[in-house]
Write a protein that binds this ligand. Structure first.
Ligand code: FDA
Length: 416
């Protein structure tokens, strides 16, 4: 039981629902101010997503964080919190705990050893600040009254002056994700913007899946994925169900069913010019073998089959197997420029996403219009706060989401 000894409800200054990245950071900041803080989580341990993050090494921040790396209906909302708790603040904490880390690429910082160290660090800071963390403890009901909130948990009643909702989003339900934060927001009159899976592999179906069937496992180290004005340069991978890899995960947050998704398969090459050079240098070589110099062999072969590289603007009458694999000398200069153009602007018709089962984040959530951007406090209910992923602020892949969790948690912990 978490009730006080005499059977009366336990009284705390701050009750935080969710012992994830945002909740623990908020607890530390509030505890350090001398507030009595209780964190409850229905999962059997704290920080489960931190533990599984970054392939077990936790990409805990990104040195290049800017508000432009986040999606939100209000792109200005995240600015204040991000400016007041920066990657360097979190790095200082990591260094204080002697945790070795490295930059993998593009400003992404990972633990050298294990993400367990980040959870240990947060829990050590919690105990140093006098914070009590209760896991395996579900919250059943929340009521507001004059002095604050009364919260019924699976282990007893708690009265709190401030209530911080840090329940995260819907991604990876097996890790404890629930829609409870959104329910609480609605209960207190907050708008919840439509949610959907983000940073998630895309699925293909029908003839679009057949095109790439049996390419599962084929990886391209660098492509550029594009939807509208958003574009990301990174790796891509064919899966059994569709496509994945960082360039696809990033663009998935900007893609909605029906959107035109294009992939530049050779972003660092003038493909048409290069193919024409090869025509002169290797006239007897077949197109598929030439393409295999710059693309994975199985993909190069597949692209040359069944007229996938279509001679739309080459001036040939259609149908003509013009771009099936033939010796380079048999192609005209214009044909090879057209093939190059298509390789730089390859359309992929996705049918959907793999959903919350594999998504790293949930887009949408508690509307920031109802929250203070400097404190995360509700504009409708004094003493109520929303932090982390439950809020309509979603970062790119690469440590941005944890930085939002730390920064928003810190912002609320300064005042709750
Ligand atoms: P988080 O989900 O961490 O915590 C919410 C907590 O609330 C959970 O502990 C949950 O059990 C609890 N809870 C939910 N409902 C409850 C209820 N009804 N009662 C009590 N408790 C409840 N980001 C990044 O920056 N770098 C990375 O390397 C990765 N890697 C990564 C890998 C994978 C596989 C995933 C799924 C996600 C990532 N992320 C990431 C994203 C990152 O994990 C995510 O953005 C943060 O964990 C969000 O922190 P929050 O504290 O908001 O939610």
């Amino acid at each position: 039981m978490i009730d006080s000894a005499n059977g009366e409800p336990l009284k705390v200054d701050v009750l935080i629902v969710g012992a994830g990245a945002a909740g623990l950071m908020c607890a530390i900041a509030a505890g350090q101010r001398g507030r009595s803080v209780l964190v409850v989580d229905h999962a059997n341990k704290a920080g489960k997503k931190i533990l599984m993050s970054g392939g077990g090494r936790c990409n805990f921040t990104n040195m290049g964080v800017t508000p432009a790396n986040y999606l939100s209906a209000n792109p200005h909302f995240a600015k204040s919190a991000l400016a007041r708790y920066t990657p360097w603040d979190f790095i200082a904490l990591v260094e204080k705990h002697g945790i070795a880390y490295h930059e993998k690429e593009l400003g992404q910082l990972f633990c050298d050893d294990s993400s367990k160290q980040i959870v240990r660090m947060l829990l050590d800071e919690c105990s140093a600040a006098g914070v009590r963390v209760e896991t395996g403890c579900a919250v059943e009901r929340v009521r507001r009254h004059d002095e604050g909130f009364s919260v019924r948990t699976a282990r007893g009643e708690v009265h709190a002056e401030s209530l911080v909702v840090a329940c995260g989003g819907l991604s990876i339900p097996s890790m404890g994700a629930s829609g409870f934060g959104y329910e609480l927001a609605r209960q207190f009159g907050h708008e919840v913007l439509p949610v959907r899976a983000g940073l998630v592999p895309l699925t293909l179906s029908g003839k679009h899946q057949e095109r790439y069937e049996d390419l599962a496992g084929v990886a391209l180290p660098m492509v550029e994925s594009r939807v509208g004005k958003s574009r990301f340069r990174a790796g891509m991978l064919f899966t059994h169900r569709g496509i994945s890899g960082p360039a696809i995960l990033q663009i998935s947050s900007y893609w909605q069913p029906g959107d035109d998704l294009r992939v530049d398969l050779l972003p660092d090459l003038d493909a048409g010019g290069w193919l024409n050079e090869q025509r002169v240098a290797r006239p007897a070589a077949e197109l598929k073998n030439v393409l295999a110099d710059v693309l994975p062999k199985r993909l190069a072969q597949r692209l040359c089959e069944r007229g996938f590289l279509a001679p739309q603007s080459s001036g040939h009458p259609w149908p003509l197997p013009a771009f099936e694999s033939r010796p380079m000398r048999q192609y005209r200069e214009a044909d090879l420029h057209e093939i190059g153009r298509q390789l730089h602007d390859w359309p992929i018709v996705a049918s959907g996403t793999e959903g919350y089962r594999t998504a790293e984040v949930t887009l949408g959530g508690v509307d920031t219009d109802g929250l203070s951007s400097s404190t995360m406090q509700s504009k409708l209910v004094p003493g109520l706060y929303f932090i982390g992923e439950v809020v309509d602020v979603t970062g790119w892949l690469g440590g941005y989401n944890f930085q939002w969790a730390w920064a928003s948690g810190q912002a609320a912990g300064q005042v709750a």
